[in-house]
Design a protein around this ligand. Structure first.
Ligand code: PEP
Ligand code: MG
Length: 578
């Protein structure tokens, strides 16, 4: 048996067989000149890669549902399009440059041409071209496309790291747990794992030497321990823990239709954070009062910009699934660590991406992309109770500009006789110190606030939320973050606008109680966190919340405060447990 201590990023315990995924960093395609005599050899590499890619998609046709199978069938046809291949061949012979670069540029040229047609069918084909030929380039670089369908059910997925786009794909698989070398608890992969309740541990060095496909592995996502080929004693201990967790799940499942209320009757709203329409069903099953955050960028991370039509379908689905419950859909929050393939824009050139052209900044810079999303959102608005949320606001002018574009979109839809709701509330995320400090002014422009504690902490404490080295400095209980939150809550209250918290802070019992003590009564969390929060609330009293308030107000050190609150809560919960 080998035991490794990693960093916990998503709780829960799992036992299963390891499946090791070999991943490499994706490199930018370089323009490498070659001599004419090397052209046939280079062309043969392309042909081999094209064949391999085609076989890959053919293999997926039988394994997926009919809608996806039809997409993969189109992909196979695209890979044998004689005109396009002839164009690549001619360009290769003319330019005398490595085939990777030719393929990348021809595919981009073709996709851009389709996108500029304005025809929604052709725009979707543009996405397909980028996806298909992107896989050909990965194959040329020796990187096999991720075969998510080959990951056996209930596998413990082990890899050096996961690309965010692969993570989106994998989140749909039936994984028992994920163990990685690189990553951080506040990364988007971690958020996804928590959404699906998949245990996740980071920080296992030399992972490919330590875990092999087929090894029996136990992952304790709560303590961060990973056991490879566990011995009889560990197996026994963990079989018991797994059985206890199963019991706990049954107990928590019974809470799904109970109201979120403290022991003495204080009601709160518990909403869900999702990244796709599919996850809205999960949110409903878990008893969410609505959707507090739909991270739409997850729709774009897999296949680049998707058409208005595809977006409309996705937003409509969420609204229909949630019926009359509120659904907050956040406009595209691309950039930073969430890379979306956008024609005419390169994130890679940014020196400081987290401070760069991301989220609302990107949308205002590229209004066509923003307006396409807004059109899809307003078209979907008639199917439920939609609210639109703008991310990463730092400046009141951004809100005004975004609202002006919204008015343009509404006027366009009106002229086209397309139905939409006039009064969709437009709110903003408070996730930058600038926004929290200016909350009193912003509250006059925004219909609601939602505190993004992940970014607010990252920017407020100057600590990269993705960096494992500085993970110890990332703490939402820091007094500076508390002051920003209290200030925001007061501004929302003064202006009479709703306030919620949708960052990870809301999902932790201690932090959620601290938020309640600051006057927050709406929280949006991963669907799987709703029941544990309800259970926590059922033991909580106004008196305890008041005690939290006193302690947090005077605390200057986040770590000792956390210890103190933890001890207090476990003590009173034990005494007062029902
Ligand atoms: C946040 O920053 O807290 C937030 C909810 O947004 P995201 O995690 O998607 O950046
Ligand atoms: Mg954020």
């Amino acid at each position: 048996m080998n035991t490794f201590q990693g960093i916990s990023a998503s709780g829960g315990i799992a036992k299963g067989k390891a499946f090791v995924l070999s991943v490499q960093e994706r490199k930018k395609t370089e323009k490498i000149p070659i001599t004419a005599d090397k052209i046939p050899e280079d062309w043969e590499r392309f042909e081999n890669s094209r064949k391999k890619t085609s076989e890959y998609f053919k293999s997926l046709i039988d394994q997926t549902n009919s809608r996806q199978a039809a997409i993969f069938q189109t992909y196979v046809l695209m890979l044998s399009d004689p005109d396009f291949i002839a164009q690549i061949k001619a360009e290769h012979a003319k330019q005398l440059v490595h085939i990777e670069w030719i393929v990348e540029n021809k595919a981009k040229e073709y996709a851009d041409m389709l996108r500029s047609s304005g025809d929604s069918y052709l725009i979707e084909r543009a996405e397909d071209i980028s996806d298909v030929y992107g896989k050909v380039i990965e194959n040329l670089a020796g990187k096999m496309p991720l075969r998510a369908n080959e990951v056996p059910p209930n596998a413990i997925l082990s890899a050096e790291f996961l690309n965010p786009s692969d993570a989106v794909l994998l989140s749909k698989q039936d994984l028992a747990a994920i163990v990685l070398h690189k990553g951080a608890p506040n990364s988007h992969l971690a958020i996804l794992a928590r959404t699906y309740g998949i245990p996740l541990v980071f920080g296992i060095e030399d992972i490919e030497k330590r875990i092999h496909t087929g090894d029996e592995v136990i992952v304790d996502g709560t303590s961060g321990l990973v056991f490879v080929k566990p011995d009889a004693a560990v197996l026994k201990e963990y079989d018991e823990k797994i059985a206890e967790e199963a019991q706990e799940r049954t107990r928590l499942a019974a809470l799904s239709d109970k109201a979120a209320r403290t022991k003495d009757g204080i009601s709160v709203n518990l909403y869900a954070n999702i990244g796709s329409a599919e996850e809205a069903r999960l949110a409903l099953e878990e008893g969410a009062d609505g959707i507090g955050l739909f991270r739409t960028e997850f729709l774009f991370m897999q296949s680049g910009l998707i058409s208005e039509e595809r977006q409309f379908e996705e937003y409509r689905s969420v609204l229909e699934i949630m019926k009359d419950k509120p659904v907050v859909i956040r406009t595209l929050d691309a950039g930073g660590d969430k890379i979306v393939d956008i024609p005419g824009f390169s994130f890679e050139e940014e020196k400081n991406p987290l401070l760069g052209c991301r989220a609302i900044r990107l949308c205002l810079k590229m209004p066509d992309i923003f307006k396409t999303q807004l059109r899809a959102l307003f078209r979907a608005s008639v199917y439920g109770s939609l609210k639109i949320m703008l991310p990463l606001i730092t400046d009141i002018e951004q809100v005004r500009e975004a609202k002006a574009l919204i008015e343009e979109v509404k006027a366009e839809l009106k002229a086209e006789h397309i139905p939409f709701k006039e009064d969709v509330p437009v709110g903003i995320m408070i996730e930058t110190p600038a926004a929290a400090i200016m909350a009193d002014e912003l509250a006059k422009e925004a219909a609601f606030f939602s505190i993004g504690s992940n970014d607010l902490t990252q920017y407020g404490l100057c600590v990269d939320r993705e960096n494992a080295q500085t993970a110890g400095l990332f703490n939402e209980l820091h007094p500076a973050i508390r002051r920003l939150i209290v200030q925001t809550a007061k501004a929302a209250q003064k202006e009479g606008i709703p306030l919620s918290v949708c960052g990870e802070m809301a999902a932790d019992t201690i932090r959620m109680t601290v938020l309640m003590s600051a006057g927050v009564d709406s929280f949006s969390v991963a669907p799987k966190k709703i029941a544990p929060l309800k259970e926590h609330l059922l033991r909580l009293t106004a008196e305890q919340i008041e005690a939290f308030k006193e302690w947090t107000e005077s605390a200057m050190d986040a770590h000792s405060l956390e210890e103190k609150l933890n001890a207090f809560l476990s003590g009173t919960h034990l005494n007062g447990a029902q």
